[in-house]
Design a protein around this ligand. Structure first.
Ligand code: ZN
Ligand code: ZN
Ligand code: ZN
Length: 460
């Protein structure tokens, strides 16, 4: 796209300016300007809409150190995009207290993407600034959005200084080598302005988002973290870490300042709490309610749990669903069935890197991603549930919809169900069942499902 645009401009400029006296230098200057502008501007016009497909969590806890991770991910983004991924979520990308070993959740310098020699290294665990930029460009070239992991509850790695408000010495003096967002004790709790905070994180200095200096640097001024990440680095969306540690207006203000998709890590199984937070923050929330209930359903063999409340039912537009993540990092029986659940139901599903690249069957996940992107539309009706079986239909929206049948038992099962399709041949799009039955005039049809597996039915 960039090359096309540039070539087009060169051709046009040459024609227009052909009669100018010092035409060559003018044309060259025009080209120079265009190249400069083009190089720095982030072109988001061709990105897939976030939520139209599936998100990839492009890391796990303790990915290989040594500055190679950005390159590892860069090599995969075109395959992921072809499979139906629409966005990648990267780990916190700037220099943290633990330097080259850190996973990024102990942030020190928000502007050191691996270019300043501090905290014992130049590069981050994941690579250099150039490597990160190359990854973001490659993702964009493959129409993928890039979601930044934003850790703004706490900071780490500051020097000790006296807090004149509390009279206690603490590690709140931050003079990052980037020169940006210097901060002192008055930017943290407790301070002259704000003595309390919803939650602190492991004794780390806790940023006070009420302080003008903090607001200016985080999202308000042109050089703020939010604007720098978006306009200079090219990040498109935001995943807010540990949002229990601050009030939701912080995420809302951030989003008001720079726009883009946002999702909060509100680690809590209460749907009321998740829904409240998502509405207050004007963003999405990871559906921890669905996470816990799916584990009970598939690992604990109690499919009735799937009929309980989840954010994806209460507020589907704001639910980001997941089976596991870098914190939970677990393998359990029935994980593929959990993916079959989130990839056929409402919400914006996330796939965990290790599940996709290491632990589960990639072809089966690709099949479910295709089903999600092409068949899983419209409202949902649950058709049947017992201890070890769950059947639901999506009623379709600009697509045919589907019927999903999930089975925890160690034997094949089958059931008569009523579909929306009359006198229509249907098939199992997972390929697990070779049946291609024709529905009756009233939509009834018998479907089947293999042991400890799932099938997904739609019109042939
Ligand atoms: Zn505060
Ligand atoms: Zn906090
Ligand atoms: Zn049963």
């Amino acid at each position: 796209m960039k090359r096309t645009k540039f070539g087009y401009l060169l051709f046009g400029a040459a024609l227009t300016l052909a009669s100018c006296t010092n035409e060559e230098s003018v044309v060259e200057q025009a080209i120079q300007d265009e190249v400069t502008v083009d190089k720095n501007a982030v072109n988001r016009a061709n990105l897939k809409p976030i939520g139209s497909g599936v998100m990839m969590q492009a890391f796990y806890w303790d990915v290989p150190a040594g500055g190679t991770w950005w390159n590892t991910v860069k090599d995969k983004v075109d395959d992921w995009s072809n499979a139906g991924i629409d966005a990648i979520w990267l780990p916190p990308a700037t220099k943290a207290q633990n330097g080259a070993l850190s996973m990024g959740y102990d942030p020190f310098d928000y502007y050191d993407f691996g270019e300043y020699d501090q905290m014992g290294s130049v590069e981050t665990r994941f690579g250099s600034r150039q490597e990160l930029k190359a990854l973001i460009d490659e993702a964009h070239n493959n129409r993928l959005s890039v979601i930044a992991d934003i850790v703004i509850n706490h900071n780490s790695g500051g020097d000790k200084e006296l807090n004149t408000f509390t009279g206690v010495e603490y590690y709140t003096k931050f003079d990052p080598l980037s020169g940006k967002f210097p901060r002192t004790f008055d930017d943290f709790h407790a301070n002259s302005n704000h003595q309390s905070d919803p939650a602190v994180f492991g004794g780390f200095p806790d940023l006070c988002h009420h302080q003008p200096n903090v607001q200016d640097w985080l999202w308000k001024k042109p050089e703020s973290v939010a604007k720098y990440y978006k306009n200079v680095m090219g990040f498109d969306g935001w995943r807010f870490d540990f949002v229990k540690g601050f009030e939701p207006w912080v995420a809302r203000e951030w989003k008001n300042a720079v726009g883009g998709f946002s999702v909060g890590e509100l680690w809590d199984g209460s749907v009321d709490y998740l829904n409240w937070w998502a509405n207050e923050a004007n963003g999405s929330a990871f559906d921890f309610a669905a996470y816990y209930k799916m584990r009970d359903a598939f690992d604990g063999n109690n499919m009735h749990k799937l009929n309980e409340d989840m954010l994806l039912k209460r507020n589907p537009q704001k639910a980001v669903t997941f089976v596991t993540n870098h914190d939970t990092n677990e393998i359990y029986h029935g994980k593929m069935r959990a993916y079959a659940y989130i990839l056929t139901h409402e919400g914006y599903p996330t796939i965990f890197y290790r599940d996709y690249e290491e632990w589960l069957d990639k072809e089966r996940l690709n099949n479910l991603i295709w089903i999600h992107n092409n068949l899983a539309g419209g409202s949902t009706n649950v058709l049947f549930t017992d201890q070890d079986e769950y059947i639901a239909k999506r009623n379709g929206h600009n697509n045919a919809g589907l019927v999903v049948y999930i089975n925890n038992a160690d034997h094949w099962q089958e059931r008569w169900i009523q579909t929306n399709w009359n006198n229509t041949r249907i098939k199992d799009y997972t390929g697990h069942s070779g049946w291609e039955p024709v529905t009756q005039g009233n939509g009834w049809v018998k479907i089947q499902v293999p042991p400890r597996s799932y099938s997904v039915w739609s019109v042939k």
